[in-house]
Design a protein around this ligand. Sequence first.
Ligand SMILES: [Zn+2]
Length: 334
Amino acid sequence: MNKDITYDQVHTKEKQELLKIKMNEVAELIHKKYSLTEKVHTCPVCLSKKINFYVNKFGFNMDRCDDCNHIFTNPFPSEDALNFYYNSDLKKFENKFFEDSFEERIPIFTKRIEIINKLIGEGTILDVGSSIGIFIEGLKRNHTKLEIVACDLNIESCEKLKQKYKDIKVIHGDVLKIEETKKFEIITLWDTFEHIVSPKELLEKILNLLKPNGVFIFSTPNTASYEWKIMNKEHIQLLPPGHVNLYNKDNIKLLATRHKFNVLDVLTLNASLDLTYVKKEIDLIVSKNEINEQLSNFINYQQALLENPLIFDSIASYLIGQREAGNMVVILQK
Ligand SMILES: [Zn+2]
């Protein structure tokens, strides 16, 4: 069922090979040019004081909260550092990688669009951070009745969206600056929440942009998941200064309710990505021959089990049922 969405399909070979190199280059420049901001001593989500060092990636320290398991860059990068980062070559690299995996990424949205259709049949949708329009293409292919407004900070992405979709409205700019004269039935934000230093401002703005009972749906990594439990400090998404806040399926509810949203559901829909990602990484460890024979046999057998589509699908279903896959779709209502 979900096996058609695999890690290798959505992350192109070029991306997998170059990401760390590109990240190191840009991180080195940031550390030279910009000084650090002040470290925080309270968890940004649950306000606990029990903060401990977790890992250092690309020269940025990441801490973890003992109480809610929130993982965050501490200190957070400065606004100047982030401006530099998002206007660096890395952004072009990312856009190219999205272009290259455009078709493969559309199925990621299939279930999300089903959910949207069930919740909101008609009205206007505001999609924040549309990038090159993979989600919008998904909506179009599902013959959506929703009127679409797209919003993105990147001018090139906006121009492309305007050319490709004549019947949608495109706003070039920051969602925080959108006028609140028009309100929306639904607002979406895909794989962006982890990039936001202060979610408070964004959540308040979204609340103001929604009609009464309006729905806000977003996706972000879920660190209380199969892939995170196994990969832990080696997880590919430990990517500061881009990823600054890494939530989990429990603490995200706390954050949402504190900002006056009702939590309708937190779903994890793409477990096949967890399984194919972990399998790939474990294959790599086994191939290095650094483990003893019994452990190696055990892993090989587990890997062979995962090759069986029946077993693959049942584990994927289990993870989806338990909400333990690595990307969560959070459904909130005003
Ligand atoms: Zn916490």
